[in-house]
Design a protein around this ligand. Sequence first.
Ligand SMILES: [Zn+2]
Length: 147
Amino acid sequence: MGQMLCNNFSPPKCTFITWLTILDRLATCDRLQKFGIVCDQLCVLCGNVDETRDHLFFVCEFSYEIWSSLLCWLGIQRTAGDWQGVLQSAHCQSNSSASCIFRMCISIAVYFIWRERNARKFQQVKMKPDEIVRNDQNCYLLKVFSS
Ligand SMILES: [Zn+2]
């Protein structure tokens, strides 16, 4: 987990959300139910399946589009895969610039997905996957590369 979080160019808020995601400590519906908190179980991104960490960040078709857009924009030739597969890849990578950018991509994707999930759940605001990537990559990625 240290490799994933330390050699990562993404903004701190992205790495923090990624850290909570790795530990499965985000307040996803399946976890809230374990604590007796009643909530709408359905994933707010697709509305088809119960919300769990693995569904939200990897299986959901909405999230898949975010991953694909980000990877494509960064010129990385791979599919998002599942949570464990992506983490393993991130751990096995070196400290080269390309590896750091890959880890940054993971953190930013996780952050975008979680933020969109919360916007839909609590503010009833919706964005499409391509709108999310197009808008935010300018704010975050350009800021990172220009610093
Ligand atoms: Zn979904």
